[in-house]
Write a protein that binds this ligand. Structure first.
Ligand SMILES: NC(=O)c1ccc[n+]([C@@H]2O[C@H](COP(=O)([O-])OP(=O)(O)OC[C@H]3O[C@@H](n4cnc5c(N)ncnc54)[C@H](O)[C@@H]3O)[C@@H](O)[C@H]2O)c1
Ligand SMILES: [Zn+2]
Length: 361
């Protein structure tokens, strides 16, 4: 008979797990594997709450298994390293993002695109090489293959840096890959949430002119004055949207729910690119004619490879890019999830795991 999550590995761990698609999280005792030759073990200090965690605890993508410990914006301090670990030592500040394994031999892996490997192993809710379930960062301890561990630069704060492990790379990678990183270019960011607000910061640091497109007029002042966006469009205001037709080289669409693409495609210049990174649970309607007429393109992007993730973190540290966060205690996580549904956070919740996750919860 298979061992229980609490007994299958030698290291005792405590996390918060959802038990079913109600998505309610509660304390969960499980275990982590012993530090292998190439493993880095670290004490988790902070973990961001990504909207994907919300999709997953509620099984909105239909792939969740329970108990599910979410969390893939994980940072902490190394407590132990395996004998063959080359890049990390005890005391280092490190992070783990959305994946913890891949095949290391396919074309994608050979090209530093582990995120595109068909055998990529997600940080939680997946099966690891040894057949055991992966559990995420809403927990006190992580053990991960050093290949999937990122070094956090000294000047990057751990709490506000944590969201970069998912939100950061998810927007950095398409800006680079789709060539939307050239100074002076005009790039739109749709959905000013966790991903969207760091997209504005990365694009600005690349020298791009940024237009935020949002349903909420009340985010305008902050987008322009605080995040440094160059302009702001309220997507429901026909006049504004009409006046901005054909002005953008590209758009990063971070919206988490169903929304019309036609107005966004209209904002693109000829040859413009609409890049989807948000992951709504239902398919979106794609109007084809406006694509044909302007030779426009709709693409997608999913996190980024490990090499690029380290590059993104180093770029963020150099340009002082962090997420705007609300730090919360572990036992506030269910309330935080409810607020995330209502888009009531500016702009990312980060759980203070180090100080607030303990067995008395
Ligand atoms: N592609 C990837 O690799 C990747 C990585 C991380 C997250 N995601 C996905 O990206 C999406 C955004 O994640 P997040 O953590 O930034 O979420 P978030 O909740 O912080 O932000 C989502 C934004 O979308 C806006 N929004 C929601 N519904 C909308 C609607 N109907 N019309 C217009 N705007 C709407 C909200 O106002 C909010 O600003 C999620 O679907 C998430 O699963 C994808
Ligand atoms: Zn995420």
């Amino acid at each position: 008979m298979a061992k229980s999550p609490e007994e299958e590995h030698p290291k005792k761990a405590l996390g918060w797990a959802a038990r079913d698609s109600s998505g309610v999280l509660s304390p969960f005792k499980f275990s982590r594997r012993a530090t292998g030759d190439k493993d880095v073990t670290f004490r988790v200090l902070y973990c961001g709450i990504c909207h994907s965690d919300l999709h997953m605890i509620k099984n909105e993508w239909g792939s969740s298994t329970y108990p599910l410990v979410p969390g893939h914006e994980i940072v902490g301090v190394v407590t132990e390293v395996g004998s063959k670990v080359q890049n990390f030592k005890v005391g280092d500040k490190v992070g783990v993002g959305c994946m913890v394994g891949s095949c290391h031999s396919c074309d994608s892996c050979s090209n530093d695109l582990e995120n595109q490997c068909s055998k990529m192993i997600l940080t939680y809710g997946a099966k690891y090489h040894d057949g055991t379930t992966t559990y995420g960062g809403y927990s006190d301890l992580m053990v991960a293959d050093e290949h999937f561990v990122v070094r956090i630069p000294e000047n990057l704060p751990l709490d506000a840096g944590a969201p970069l492990l998912c939100a950061g790379i998810t927007v950095y990678s398409p800006l680079r890959y789709y060539g939307l990183d050239k100074p002076g270019m005009q790039v739109g960011v749709v959905g000013l949430g966790g991903l969207g607000h760091v997209a504005v910061k990365f694009a600005k640091a690349m020298g791009v002119k940024v237009t935020v497109i949002s349903t909420s007029p009340n985010k305008k002042k902050e987008a322009l004055e605080h995040l440094g966006a160059d302009s702001f469009l309220v997507s429901k205001e026909q006049d504004q949207m009409q006046a901005a037709q054909g002005t953008l080289d590209g758009i990063i669409d971070t919206v988490s729910a169903n929304h019309p693409l036609l107005p966004l495609i209209g904002l693109l210049k000829t040859n413009g690119k609409l890049v989807m990174v948000g992951a709504p649970e239902k398919p979106l309607e794609l109007p084809v004619f406006p694509l044909l007429m302007g030779r426009k393109m709709v693409g997608g992007s999913c996190i980024g490879g490990m090499k690029e993730t380290q590059e993104m973190i180093d770029f963020a540290a150099k340009h002082n890019i962090t997420a705007d966060i609300e730090v919360i205690p572990m036992d506030y996580v269910n309330a935080a999830m409810e607020r995330l549904v209502k888009v009531d956070v500016r702009y990312r919740f980060v759980i203070d795991i180090g100080n607030t996750l303990n067995s008395s919860n």
